[in-house]
Ligand binder design. Structure first.
Ligand code: GDP
Ligand code: MG
Length: 203
């Protein structure tokens, strides 16, 4: 372990989930490196990033995992890779054995999740309930889950009202926030909210 590791009091793993194209990778690069990419470069396999966060007098190393779900779309070449919702619907049952192995390692040990949808893409919001099914099957019991409505800078193209997302989150017992990775709105806040909640639960 490097010197920085030894200074950390805790290591928290958290995952990013949600349909392809909603902005997961950009939220992560904004949080970890303060970077934003206009071109959509799909995440291949699984990536993760670290950032050290101070909560009270403790130093927490947050390890955030990101995936595009390629492990699922590769099963179905008939389906548009950009539309992960379809892939999920059509391949889930057929390929479940392999899907389960990959999925369970993605969630293993995760204490938190950001479940992201795109406020300008209604289908990504409608798929949130499918992601919750997966989360509840593979994630830990006490996982901190934040529902995130991303791309709130695109108000003119909005297809999901803020109140709707917020209401759904309340019903499901999730935290809720709207963000913009592009304009850097609430990005820091949403990760900090998750990390602080995890800290409160574990201490
Ligand atoms: P992922 O598939 O969920 O990882 O999504 P990406 O992070 O690759 O983003 C998909 C596309 O949405 C890219 O073209 C990004 O530039 C764009 N994008 C991501 N976040 C935002 C945002 O907050 N606002 C806007 N306007 N575009 C965004
Ligand atoms: Mg990605």
């Amino acid at each position: 372990a490097d010197a920085f590791d030894e200074e950390c009091d805790y290591l928290f793993k958290a995952v990013l989930i949600g349909d392809s194209g909603v902005g997961k990778s950009n939220l992560l690069s904004r949080f970890a490196k303060d970077e934003f990419r206009l071109d959509s470069k799909p995440t291949i396999g699984v990536e993760f990033a670290y950032r050290n966060i101070k909560v009270g007098d403790k130093l927490i190393k947050a390890q955030i995992w990101d995936t595009a779900g390629q492990e699922r779309s590769e099963f179905s070449c008939m389906v548009d890779h950009a539309n992960f919702g379809l892939v999920f619907n059509e391949s889930f049952r057929v390929f479940k054995p392999r899907f389960r192995a990959i999925t369970s390692s993605y969630y293993r040990g995760a204490l938190g999740a950001l479940l992201v949808y795109d406020i300008t893409m209604r289908s990504s919001y409608e798929n949130v309930s499918k992601w919750l099914v997966e989360l509840r099957e593979f994630g830990g019991q006490d996982m901190v889950v934040v529902l995130v409505g991303n791309k709130c800078d695109l108000e003119q193209s909005r297809e999901v009202e803020k109140e709707e997302g917020k209401g759904f989150a309340e019903t499901e017992g999730l935290c809720f926030m709207e963000t913009s990775a592009l304009k850097n709105l609430n990005v820091e806040e949403v990760f900090l909210q998750m990390i602080t909640k995890i800290y409160d639960m574990t201490s």
